[in-house]
Ligand binder design. Structure first.
Ligand SMILES: [Mg+2]
Length: 375
């Protein structure tokens, strides 16, 4: 069935996080924003996807509207592998890890939603999985800027909400100790978002070595410094990375350098569900654990649930610790008692609530139709 239209829109909802809102990529982060992708086929069937958002939304939306959407119009929506090959080859000279790949990821997720709806199967079934109960989740706390009281209070609150694993976005050992004191029976992870040069990272890993961290995430700048990351392994803390890694071959570099214990591919960044599956297979072939990166709030989050349910053992799903005012993809984008439910309806199984979508969509969606296809 041919693709006849691609729409992009931005859903923007207020949120609270138990402290002052942080900045994201240098921008104030006052509202939660989702870059929503809607793909329509000639029989009127609609699939939903999500491209990497946050501070990248304006860039990714421009890449989608101007280049990626015109490339997929008029193509067979079921030819996911063929479209992946053709689109990513066409845009490779515009960046192998950035807005054009993020934009395609949004389309690709929508194609899986369409395929599932057309065949009457949930995506986890299309990936060869069986029905799962709720998946265990971890609370991914946003940055409280080193405020130890807020770190402790929110760690304790997350534990009280049923989470047994809590991840901090902080930079100090003191924050780790504050979290562990607030929730002694919780596993604590520390994500520093590539804050340190390898020498500083080695010092920090030495200081943290006895603290029982469940993992240390992206300790080294830049994220492609696989050798620098590997140099931390001797301290014995499980190392994780991958949300900024470019596709299958980027993960091959990390794994071959013996740089990570845990691979963290991100479905809205790495190129979609198919590329996630390839990365997971590669990691499993090398005995590397996979814990997806999923700070998303729409189809990108739900796609992660389907992937985790179908392809991973003991998957731990990342859920940002925040309270959204509303979400058109409720209830699938929220955890309950530290667990997340996996939809069982065809496709992603989570079409948006029209009234909530209308209330929180910024401006009108941008619609690119087949008749506008460029030569
Ligand atoms: Mg991270």
């Amino acid at each position: 069935m041919l693709i006849t239209a691609v729409e992009s829109s931005v859903v923007s909802v207020p949120f609270s996080m138990g402290g002052p809102h942080p900045r994201f990529a240098g921008q104030p982060w006052e509202r939660l924003e989702i870059l929503l992708v809607r793909v329509e086929t000639e029989d009127g069937l609609v699939g939903w996807g999500e491209a990497f958002g946050h501070a990248a939304i304006a860039s990714t939306k421009a890449a989608l509207d101007s280049v990626v959407a015109p490339l997929v119009l008029g193509r067979d929506a079921g030819d996911i592998n063929g479209l992946t090959r053709q689109v990513l080859h066409t845009v490779h000279l515009l960046g192998r890890n950035g807005p054009f790949v993020y934009a395609f990821a949004g389309v690709e997720i929508a194609l899986w939603d369409l395929l599932g709806k057309r065949t009457g199967q949930p995506v986890w079934r299309l990936l060869g999985g069986s029905e799962q109960g709720p998946l265990p989740a971890y609370a991914s706390l946003l940055s409280y800027g080193g405020d130890l009281d807020l770190v402790a209070r929110n760690t304790g609150a997350a534990r009280a909400h049923g989470y047994r694993h809590v991840k901090l976005h902080e930079l100090t050992r003191e924050a780790v100790l504050a979290a562990k004191a607030a929730a002694p029976d919780a596993a604590v992870m520390l994500d520093v978002n590539c804050a340190w040069t390898p020498p500083v990272a080695r010092d920090m890993a030495a200081a943290l070595a006895g603290d029982g961290l469940f993992w240390l995430e992206e300790p080294v700048w830049p994220p492609e410094d696989a050798a620098g990351l590997a140099s931390l392994r001797r301290h014995g803390i499980p190392l994780s990375a991958g949300e900024n890694t470019a596709g299958l071959f980027g993960f091959r570099t990390l794994i071959e350098a013996d740089a990570i214990d845990i691979a963290q591919p991100s479905v809205t960044k790495v190129g979609g569900i198919g590329e996630m599956a390839r990365v997971i297979t590669l990691a499993q072939a090398h005995g590397t654990e996979v814990v997806p990166h999923s700070p998303y709030f729409g189809p990108g989050f739900v796609a992660t649930l389907h992937i985790a349910a179908a392809l991973l053992e003991r998957p731990l799903v990342e859920v940002l610790w925040m309270e959204m005012e509303a979400n058109p993809f409720d209830p699938w984008v929220r955890a309950q008692d530290g667990k997340v439910a996996v939809p069982t309806a065809p496709g992603l199984g989570c079409d948006p609530d029209a009234a909530i979508l209308a209330r929180y969509t910024k401006a009108s969606p941008t619609r690119i139709e087949a008749r506008e296809r460029r030569p």
